[in-house]
Design a binder for this molecule. Structure first.
Ligand SMILES: Nc1ncnc2c1ncn2[C@@H]1O[C@H](COP(=O)(O)OP(=O)(O)OP(=O)(O)O)[C@@H](O)[C@H]1O
Ligand SMILES: [Mg+2]
Length: 349
């Protein structure tokens, strides 16, 4: 009886064992299947991650490229606006110079004839005097009334001052033409002092005394410079930017800071080895150190909206350093003043 029972239990156990074995085998197959699925999905996931990674890198590169393009565009915009401004100013100046030139030449050319006719008329009057020492009463009265002696003396003085005046206008016209130099699109030997003087002439109205500001004294300490090979118009543009900045700083020091020192701009020129050096200094407000690092950046300005665009120094830097292979440096102490030093090669390589 026991034996029969045992064998029945054994059979059942074997059956259960077989079932469990089968279940185990099925589980094993499913596990393997799952493992294969997971490996496939992992591979896919890795692929997707690496694709995402490379497209992120591509995007970063693209955004860097875009940033550089934007900077280039901004620089180009700065250049275009500035050169447009200067070319418009140059054209206007050249136009004004041209319009003044003709009538002035006309007056100046006639002055020598006028002087000659004047002499002839006085000669004639003297002859009349000699031959008719006792003129009729009517002539005598007029002679006394117009004070003939004074008239003769004053007329020569008037002619002389008209001559000096027209000569001065002719010099101004020459300076204006010199400033505009529209024609020059290549390196040419140029007299730097003429460029500075003509720029100062254009800015004359800002140097004069006003209600709020005393006259700005301009001290020229010019050395003996050779002609310098450069783009004359562009160099004048740099002088213009530096001088306008100096005038602004002097106005600022007088109007806002109530500084009492006499506003002054000093321009020194000299030769340093194969370079010419032009230093433009003012005794205005000066530039704080943390601002000095930014002044050459495009669009950096501390001036109110509408007064400054922040392009003057960045464009000047480009003209001096990149176009002329020179250097432009700033030295400044707050409350004492600022000096900009330009150095450019005398000869262009
Ligand atoms: N001589 C100076 N004295 C004091 N600060 C100066 C002087 N020159 C330049 N700066 C400072 O440098 C800044 C930048 O000058 P920059 O000439 O580039 O632009 P801006 O004069 O402000 O404007 P823009 O020249 O375009 O009209 C000025 O706003 C000013 O703060
Ligand atoms: Mg400026």
């Amino acid at each position: 009886m026991d034996n029969a029972n045992n064998s029945k239990i054994n059979k059942e156990l074997e059956k259960t064992n077989r079932i469990l074995q089968k279940k185990l085998e099925r589980c094993e197959t499913e596990r393997r299947q799952l493992e294969t699925d997971i490996a496939g999905k992992e591979f896919l996931l890795k692929q997707v991650i690496s694709e995402l990674e490379s497209s992120r890198e591509a995007l970063e590169q693209r955004s860097q490229e875009l940033e550089i393009t934007l900077q280039n565009l901004q620089t180009m915009q700065v250049q275009m606006i500035q050169s447009e401004k200067m070319s418009a100013l140059g054209q206007m100046v050249a136009g004004v110079a041209h319009e003044i030139n003709n009538p002035v030449n006309f007056i100046h050319g006639n002055l020598s004839h006028l002087a000659q006719y004047n002499q002839d008329i006085w000669h004639l009057i003297r002859l009349y005097h000699q031959h008719f020492p006792n003129p009729p009463l009517e002539i005598k009265t007029l002679q006394d009334a117009i004070d003939i002696e004074f008239l003769q003396e004053d007329l020569s003085k008037i002619l002389y001052s008209m001559n000096v005046g027209t000569q001065r206008i002719q010099e101004i016209v020459l300076s204006l033409r010199n400033f505009s130099r529209l024609d020059e699109a290549e390196f040419k030997p140029v007299n730097i002092h003429e460029g500075i003087d003509s720029t100062l002439l254009i800015l004359q109205y800002r140097l004069q005394t006003t209600l709020v500001q005393p006259e700005i004294l301009v001290v020229r300490e010019y050395g003996a410079l050779p002609n310098v090979e450069c783009f004359a118009g562009q160099l004048n543009q740099v002088f213009m930017n530096l001088l306008v900045n100096a005038i602004d700083a002097l106005e600022d020091s007088v109007v806002n800071s109530k500084m009492t020192n006499n506003p002054q701009i000093t321009i020194c020129t000299s030769v340093v080895e194969h370079l010419v050096e032009i230093a433009i200094a003012d005794n205005g407000v000066g530039i704080p150190e943390h601002i000095q690092q930014q002044i050459f950046n495009p669009f950096f300005t501390t001036k109110p909206i509408g007064k400054g665009t922040g392009m003057g120094l960045s464009i000047s830097y480009q003209i001096i350093c990149e176009k002329h292979g020179g250097s432009l440096n700033c030295f400044s102490t707050v409350g004492q003043g600022t000096k900009f030093v330009i150095q450019i090669p005398i000869q262009h390589k």
